[in-house]
Design a protein around this ligand. Structure first.
Ligand code: ADP
Ligand code: MG
Length: 481
């Protein structure tokens, strides 16, 4: 059978984490009781006028700069007209032909196929969210309620070029998008809470074919897993259609996460169906280049830059750098520890294996982790200087998790510091040699293994607190090597 390739473009909606709505003063907090965060503008009462929230514009520019977009110095809002009960105005305020950002790109690594890729962005524009319909669960009632809390929440729509070629690429593209939006602190990007939503446009064509074929737009993807599964399902569906000599029309489908299927919803609407026109209630926006440059200067270090720095100047392996820079807060925690410990690799190991192990298991953000970076950093410094062994450090770490004590307090209080006093160790070694004459004899006859058991016996006597390097040396001296 001839070989098909997939063509995928994503339209991502990220909710901006502003305090108030895009054109009104009411709150954008998640989870309030129905219609408790609605102003007269959100209700679309006659005579009310929208006023742009400046923070929304700033965050859109920051996001655009983070993706290397061109920021439009002239931008405006347009009305997208349609009827639905969750949209009392009868139109959504969006951006049509003058989006706030154009172009730009996302660079990512598709981990399983180890493919590095750059996908271009078509545009990023601003728009308001609609309200929500809540359908009664009581079958005898057969009613739906309107909750307008979400109406007017600011959204960024990020549209990619159709350059993704597999569900895997779509998945890692989306992860990178999320990571960058969170780094620059413009959105929480929580798919489960709906602050990140994604529609996937999918078509297939024969390899080598020039033109694109009919696409299907899939909506209702509310997890990263769903994005992957829905795209794979849709690719197979289209292959099957063409395989049977059938064609289909451009359409919108819904992903059913229970049935693991895409289901037809409606034939695709076209831009002209919406009768877009400039919103006469809002002035056009003119942005000065100087303002954009200033914002660019304030952009934080992005994940890819941080990762490169961790590898080049801290000498960390690529894998460590990748894990530590996955979230800005984790990278900050690591760097604060490192400032005190002075040992990049040891600090990386403790943060990525122990700290992340616990917070991932408990599903906690790192700033809620019990051990502050200063305490962990001091403990790692004690390991690096040989004051405590790695084994004792585990005990100290456990103790720090349950108390607010510093590592040195814990070591002092529990008498955990390493025995490095040669005199003290010599006495213990004499005793061990006396008690283990058999091992001593077999070592002298050339059995190297016996030496290990003697080291073990010394460690046991000191409860693991002796410095193994010193024990080795002293034992060899005593045994006449
Ligand atoms: P609309 O707003 O009507 O959904 P757009 O032209 O803005 O349409 O495109 C939406 C998305 O569809 C973009 O991400 C684009 O890359 C993608 N896309 C366009 N054509 C195809 C195609 N033939 N196959 C897959 N994706 C496509
Ligand atoms: Mg669309």
């Amino acid at each position: 059978m001839s070989e098909y390739e997939a063509i995928i473009g994503l339209e991502v909606h990220a909710q901006l984490n502003t305090k108030s709505k895009i054109f009104a003063h009411s709150s954008c907090d998640f989870g309030g009781s129905p219609n408790s965060q609605v102003s007269t503008v959100c209700y679309a009462l006659p005579g009310t006028l929208p006023v742009l929230n400046q923070e929304v514009l700033e965050k859109a520019i920051v996001a655009g700069l983070a993706f290397d977009c061109e920021i439009s110095l002239f931008t405006k809002f347009d009305r997208k007209n349609y009827f639905y009960p969750d949209l009392p105005k009868g139109y959504q305020i969006s951006q049509y032909d003058k989006p706030i950002c154009r172009g730009g790109q996302v660079h990512f690594l598709a981990k399983e196929s180890k493919l590095e890729k750059t996908v271009h962005l078509t545009r990023i524009h601003l728009e308001e969210d609609a309200g929500k319909l809540v359908h009664s669960q009581d079958p005898s009632k057969n009613v739906s309620y309107v909750d307008l809390n979400r109406a007017g929440t600011p959204l960024l729509e990020i549209v990619s070029e159709p350059e993704l070629r597999s569900s895997e690429e779509a998945y890692y593209y989306l992860n990178t998008l999320k990571s960058i939006l969170r780094y620059v602190r413009v959105s929480d990007c929580n798919m489960e809470e709906g602050s990140l939503r994604c529609d996937a446009n999918v078509s297939i064509r024969l390899k080598g074919e020039k033109d694109f074929r009919t696409r299907v737009e899939i909506k209702n993807l509310n997890s990263f897993k769903a994005v992957r599964a829905a795209i794979d399902y849709e690719i197979e569906w289209q292959k099957d259609m063409y395989g049977r000599g059938l064609t289909f029309v451009q359409q919108t489908k819904l992903w059913d996460a229970n049935a693991l299927k895409t289901l037809p919803m409606r034939s695709k609407e076209m831009a002209h169906d919406y009768r877009y026109f400039p919103d006469p209630d809002l002035p056009v926006i003119i942005i000065e280049q100087k303002y954009v440059d200033e914002m660019k200067g304030k952009l934080p270090e992005l994940p890819s830059q941080k990762k490169a720095r961790f590898i080049a100047s801290l000498g960390l392996p690529e894998y460590d750098a990748e894990v530590l820079t996955s979230e800005r807060e984790i990278a900050d925690y690591f760097e604060e520890c490192l400032q005190i410990s002075g040992d990049p690799k040891k600090t990386s190991n403790w943060v990525k294996d122990e700290v992340l192990g616990i917070i991932n298991k408990d599903n906690l953000p790192i700033n809620k982790f019990k051990i502050e970076p200063t305490r962990l950093g001091s403990m790692i410094k004690m390991i690096a200087s040989g004051e405590i062994s790695g084994k004792i450090a585990k005990t100290v770490f456990e103790e720090m998790l349950n108390t607010t004590h510093s590592p040195s307090e814990i070591v002092a209080r529990k008498g955990l510091s390493v025995v490095r006093d040669d005199k003290e160790l010599e006495i213990i070694i004499e005793k061990v040699l006396e008690e283990n004459s058999e091992a001593v004899n077999s070592y002298k006859k050339g059995k190297e293994k016996a030496f290990g058991s003697l080291v073990g016996a010394v460690m046991k006597h000191t409860k693991g607190k002796a410095d193994p390097a010193i024990v080795n040396k002293l034992l060899k001296d005593k045994l006449g090597n």
